[in-house]
Design a binder for this molecule. Structure first.
Ligand code: C2E
Ligand code: MG
Ligand code: MG
Ligand code: MG
Length: 280
């Protein structure tokens, strides 16, 4: 084990396709201190319900302000952290923060839910499922107030373990959302079998749907099929009013994107909740 032979106190998955390099090992070894030092934080982006005009959930998005390298993008560090079992502790950290923030917002908005991004590997990790149970007990959060966003590829590993984990989460009462839908190869029939709750159409299809005929067809037919299967649909990456109008016209349930709000710190999210409730 490369990591242990270097004296690093974490385990590197051996079944990853890309080799872990020096730079990545040093980043991984920085993570524990970063968590303790408060360099890792969570920002939230609202999902807006298009029929009521109310914010129904908050997606938690992790941020790492590295002590020497400055702000790091999750697109950069998450794939690295996912190569080690540190993804479990990072996700649990984000989940605990999200539940704490939810408790503050929930005083004025009891139906609000918080969505956390869950890496595919965690669905097959008994350690993660154990940690999750502990968090649920410690915090007393209603599982119904939690959404786990898993990417389409995560639901499609073909591994029974992942499907079983999704079912177990469902039984606990946690809603499952398919993130970045359209970028993998899953069929809606397969998605139905997994008893999912929400489908998020990837930004790449949403951004041009109001001006590009084939994207419009894809978005509209995805929404129709998802509805037939009883799933709610979220469009991600909504940046223009034209795009939002189009989504309304094709019956999309929820929208997320810079037009509504960029990801914001928890205090600002509380203000957003109030502003949208007044406007609704
Ligand atoms: P995602 O879950 O699909 O999140 C959406 C990403 O798109 C976020 O980037 C968000 O800031 C960005 N975004 C939202 N609206 C718009 C828009 O209108 N236009 C554009 N151009 N972008 C928009 P972010 O925060 O950098 O996160 C990137 C990805 O990193 C996430 O994609 C997710 O896959 C991953 N990620 C973030 N936080 C976590 C986490 O706590 N755990 C795990 N496992 N992954 C995370
Ligand atoms: Mg997401
Ligand atoms: Mg997404
Ligand atoms: Mg994405």
């Amino acid at each position: 084990d490369l990591a242990l032979s270097r004296g690093q106190p974490f385990h590197i998955h051996e079944d990853t396709d890309s080799a872990i390099v020096e730079d990545e090992l040093s980043l991984l070894s920085d993570l524990d201190n970063a968590l303790l030092a408060g360099d890792v934080s969570v920002v939230y982006q609202p999902k807006l319900d298009l029929s009521s005009g109310v914010i129904t959930s908050a997606e938690a998005l992790v941020r790492w302000n590295h002590s020497t390298r400055g702000p790091l993008r999750p697109d950069y560090f998450i794939p690295i952290v996912e190569k080690s079992d540190r993804i479990c502790s990072l996700t649990i950290y984000v989940l605990r923060r999200a539940i704490a923030d939810l408790k503050l917002w929930n005083t004025g908005c009891p139906a609000l839910r918080v969505a956390v991004n869950i890496s595919a590997t965690l669905l097959e990790s008994p350690a993660f499922m154990d940690e999750l149970q502990i968090v649920l007990q410690d915090t007393g959060v209603e599982p119904q107030n939690l959404i786990f966003e898993v990417t389409e590829s995560a639901t499609m590993t073909g591994h029974d373990r992942a499907a079983e984990a999704l079912l177990a989460l469902k039984e606990i009462g946690i809603a499952i959302s398919v993130d970045d839908y359209g970028t993998g190869q899953s069929t809606l029939t397969y998605l139905k079998k997994l008893t999912l709750d929400e489908l998020k159409i990837d930004r790449s299809f949403v951004e041009h749907a109001h001006q590009n005929r084939s994207d419009a067809v894809l978005v509209r037919s995805t929404i129709d099929m998802a509805h037939e299967l009883g799933l709610k649909v979220v469009a991600e990456g909504v940046e223009t009013a034209e795009c939002l109008d189009f989504l309304r016209s094709v019956g999309c349930d929820m929208a997320q994107g810079y037009l509504i709000s960029r990801p914001v710190p928890p205090s600002r999210f509380g203000e957003l909740l109030a502003e949208y409730r007044l406007a609704a």
